[in-house]
Design a protein around this ligand. Structure first.
Ligand code: SUG
Length: 447
């Protein structure tokens, strides 16, 4: 039987990448508000990571950015006239709304959707639910196009089941794969699906964060487990520690990451950590499960949030070895880099560290793990995916040239009202949809 693989689909950074301070609870986003951004460099940094993973022999895909500024949404909010007039009026009367409608936040594809591999679902198909991202306005406008893009990348109904996003209310706030992990021995085996939520929406007696919002609700995670038709015995729900949400852990992937038989997390990641470990081990059912817990005495939550140590990718390089992909911020922090030396020397499957400069995305709170959506695929499913979206040497150089041709190297909030930026973005995306064979995923936004 041919091998089932874990593919990483990274979001290509869009031409309007900027720092607008839109995400309360995400400390980097708040701290970098109004700094000038460099969209060209951001996109090239992301592409370099994709190419490196492809060069490691892994399956790497690319998900297109969304059209921004989102004139369609601005029109729905009552701004009228030509596109240039819509932008000008929004800039004058509601600059924060214009900034929100201009965010390139769809780059963080860990928030694009929750994906359940066919081995885990009763239907034997891969299930996708785009995240409604309703806790932040600028992200709540992503899911319709995200769904179009996912359908264009995974079109065959025989293999792929696409659900609509959950109803967009905080009761069902859903942030996708950033709060979802899967454990298994081999990718093709039935796995344990692990959903981490920030709050209960229908039970006020439960603890919740007090300073920053909890973006994911238990009820949203449960709804996804139901629609994806997962095996209840192998589905675990765990509450994130509200204390760490209040310290800037706005998604679980800022404090924990898992792959196959490894959970790597901070000791304060979950509310009842011992029970979570026990539930996972029981559901996993084999004795080769590794929990690598980092104590506060070694790395403080604050340092984890700053360095994004846990926003790493654990990549299987052989049946029992993994590489950990970290942002360069982990290398520049002495404590974190010493910890990583010890981690790879210790008795566990993680044997090597790969470092990437993702500064442009990191300044908005997006590390290596935020930039990727994991999709486990059998060889047959992989063949059914849109081949134009799979990374190879040629696509890499084509996309680098495309970025060099269309992207600016400096953007500030004042530039977002420039009608020329919209024209540049549309021209770039029109070319990209042809390159990636995506059809008319953005057309509905242009009416
Ligand atoms: O939703 N930042 C994103 C970062 C998402 C990171 N994703 C994961 N952890 N998986 C967010 O907070 C900031 C945009 C701005 O402020 O301009 C932003 O949306």
């Amino acid at each position: 039987m041919s091998k089932t693989v874990e593919a990483n689909f990274d979001g290509l950074v869009g031409p309007t990448h900027n720092y607008a301070g839109l995400s309360l609870g995400n400390i980097a986003s708040t701290n970098n508000q109004s700094a000038p951004s460099n969209p060209r460099q951001a996109a090239l940094q992301g592409l370099a990571k994709m190419k490196a993973l492809h060069d490691m022999g892994l399956v790497q895909g690319v998900l297109a950015p969304q059209e921004r500024p989102d004139v369609h949404t601005l029109r729905k909010l009552g701004f009228t006239g030509s596109d240039a007039q819509v932008l000008a009026e929004a800039a004058k009367k509601a600059p924060k709304i214009l900034a929100a409608c201009s965010s390139a936040s769809s780059m963080w594809t860990a928030n694009a959707a929750t994906v359940s591999p066919s081995a885990d679902t009763e239907t034997g198909t891969v299930h996708f639910t785009p995240a409604n991202l309703c806790s932040k306005f600028h992200r709540s406008i992503e899911h319709e196009t995200t769904s179009n893009i996912l359908r264009a990348v995974f079109p065959d109904e025989k293999h792929f089941t696409h659900h609509p996003a959950l109803t967009s209310t905080s009761h069902f706030g859903d942030e996708g794969a950033a709060n979802h992990t899967r454990f298994c021995q081999n990718y093709g085996d039935e796995g344990v699906e692990f959903f981490v939520f920030g709050q209960y929406s229908f039970d006020d007696t439960k603890v919740a964060p007090s300073r920053f919002p909890a973006r994911q609700s238990l009820e949203a995670s449960q709804a996804i487990a139901r629609t994806h038709k997962l095996n209840e015995q192998r589905t675990i729900f765990a509450q994130q520690n509200p204390e760490v949400i209040d310290q800037g852990v706005f998604h679980n992937d800022v404090i924990a990451v898992g792959n196959r038989n490894v959970l790597f997390c901070h000791e304060k990641a979950f509310l009842d950590q011992a029970k979570v470990y026990n539930d996972l081990k029981t559901a996993y059912g084999h004795d080769d499960f590794y929990i690598i817990e980092v104590p506060e005495s070694r790395i403080r939550v604050e340092t984890a949030v700053k360095s994004y140590l846990f926003n790493s990718q654990l990549l299987s390089t052989s049946d029992n070895e993994m590489s950990i992909v970290v942002p360069s911020d982990c290398q520049s922090d002495r404590q974190v880099s010493a910890y990583l030396d010890d981690l790879v020397a210790a008795d566990n499957p993680i044997t090597d560290v790969k470092v990437f400069d993702l500064r442009q995305s990191m300044n908005n709170g997006g590390g290596p793990a935020c930039l990727r959506l994991r999709v486990v695929l059998t060889q047959e499913e992989l063949k059914a995916a849109n081949p134009s979206c799979l990374m190879n040497d040629k696509l890499y150089s084509t996309l680098c040239q495309w970025v060099e041709k269309h992207y600016r190297d400096r953007l500030t909030e004042a530039d977002l009202a420039d009608p020329q930026l919209l024209i540049e973005s549309r021209t770039a995306l029109d070319e990209l949809t042809r390159l990636l064979q995506l059809g008319s995923v953005y057309q509905f936004q242009r009416v």
